[in-house]
Design a binder for this molecule. Structure first.
Ligand code: RFL
Ligand code: PHB
Length: 391
């Protein structure tokens, strides 16, 4: 098999890149380890930044998003029993975000790729990258018992944090940064109508909580918990009791309860692999960086990376110029570090640190007060939340 760009991973990064390349008549093949059903059932992100929504529309993946996505013009931040709203349009020249499940984005992109006879090879096992330092790299894999070699001009490593692409880069060439937080999120999906239209981020003495949604019938909720949390210790009654305690701020807001459809634990980590390019391998999305979900940035960062990568590949295939490919790492990292900073800031602002000293907690309250009352503070949150422009 032969293609111009071999893409490893059919998550948002890989699928978006494939669609961008197709628009520019560049051939690509996606190799995905999991089955289509598995990829479609992964419940993750929910908030799409303004630039991500624009990108999805520009590649023809915006129809259902436009109909079913929930535009959000603000979020509430709750602390010490007070609820304060950050209004996006008035602080960002009219921008907003859209709540639309990541699995819906993935579904729309897979449908689009099939419409154009694009190749997504699901269940590609034992994917290995070869000769990435040469001008003719290749990818080998096994599929349905058959060994296959795919030769290509470039490889896009879009295979997430645990993927094989980053691991193919020689250890001594990797420049890594990592921060692990002393807590995790217990995520819940409930068959209950969202009790208000906008998200609520809450700082509480019992720990952080987040109220979000997926549709007019489904509420998405998160509770700060221990990194090694045992789900058996969170029966539904305890979950609802903690959610009521942490989210109801005394302004009359009352959470609607419903059947809990899913419970999961997400560890919290900041991670950057600054080596986003090695030879003909380019990393994009979670394979190169992880943010704690408090800033709702992961999927949006993946979108930013692949937009920059696509522009660089297009320039190469149209004119032979390697300038943008050479600039990929620096261009992408600028936005990556901005999102890392914001995600770290939101995480530090809103969580209860298990070993927090009284002085640090008092500063945290002062920060919460400042960033939700001063216009400069609210603007800082709003402009980062709706999304900085793609590089
Ligand atoms: P993905 O989605 O992990 O996709 C990688 C794909 O590669 C495949 N793969 C392989 N394929 C072939 N060979 C191998 N050896 C392979 N190894 C892996 C995998 O099966 C998979 O299909 O990475 P990608 O595309 O970079 O996308 C990143 C996003 O998924 C991620 O950043 C977000 O989900 C993060 N995130 C959020 N991001 C937001 O922008 N807004 C949010 O509101 C938001 N909320 C969240 C989140 C992530 C969460 N969790 C569960 C980590 C909330 C949560 C709880
Ligand atoms: C979600 O709806 O899943 C969600 C929303 C906001 C976040 C993280 C996750 O910061």
């Amino acid at each position: 098999m032969k293609t111009q760009v071999a893409i490893i991973g059919a998550g948002p990064a890989g699928l978006l890149l494939a669609q961008l390349l197709r628009q520019n008549a560049i051939d690509c093949v996606i190799l995905e380890a999991r089955s289509e059903e598995y990829v479609l059932s992964r419940i993750r992100a929910g908030v799409l930044e303004h630039p991500t929504v624009e990108l999805l529309h520009s590649i023809g993946a915006g129809d259902r998003l436009g109909r079913e996505g929930l535009p959000h013009e603000g979020v509430d931040i709750v602390f010490r029993g007070e609820k304060r709203r950050i209004d996006f349009p008035s602080l960002t020249d009219g921008k907003k975000v859209t709540v639309y499940g990541q699995q819906e984005v993935v579904k729309d992109l897979i449908a689009l790729k099939k419409d154009f006879d694009g190749q997504i090879l699901f269940e590609a096992e034992n994917v290995q990258l070869h000769d990435i330092e040469s001008d003719s790299p290749s990818v080998s894999f096994t599929r349905h018992g058959e060994d296959v070699v795919l030769t290509c001009d470039f490889i896009a490593g879009c295979d997430g944090f645990h993927g094989v692409s980053r691991q193919t880069i020689p250890q001594d060439r990797l420049k890594l940064f990592e921060k692990v937080y002393p807590f995790a999120w217990l995520g819940l999906l409930a068959e209950a109508a969202p009790a208000q239209d906008e998200l609520i981020y809450s700082y509480h003495q019992n720990g952080f909580a987040l109220f979000s949604m997926r549709s007019p019938e489904v509420t998405r909720l998160y509770l700060q918990c221990h990194p090694e949390e045992n789900l058996d210790e969170w029966p539904d009654e305890r979950v609802w009791s903690e959610l009521h305690t942490r989210l109801e701020s005394g302004d009359g807001f009352r959470l609607n309860e419903g059947k809990i459809l899913r419970k999961d634990v997400t560890p919290m980590r900041s991670f950057v692999c600054e080596t986003m390019r090695h030879g003909r391998l380019f990393l994009a999305g979670d394979s190169a960086h992880i943010v704690p979900p408090t800033g709702a940035k992961g999927l949006n960062l993946a979108a930013g990376d692949v937009k920059v990568l696509n522009d660089a590949l297009v320039a190469f295939f149209k004119s032979g110029s390697t300038d943008l490919l050479d600039a990929y790492e620096a261009t992408a990292l600028k936005r990556v570090w901005a999102a890392e900073r914001f995600s770290w800031f939101m995480t530090r602002l809103l969580h209860k640190f298990p070993d927090g000293e009284p002085f640090d907690e008092a500063i945290q309250i002062a920060d919460l007060d400042y960033f939700t009352s001063s216009e400069a503070g609210r603007k800082t949150i709003a402009e980062n939340y709706v999304g900085l422009p793609f590089g």
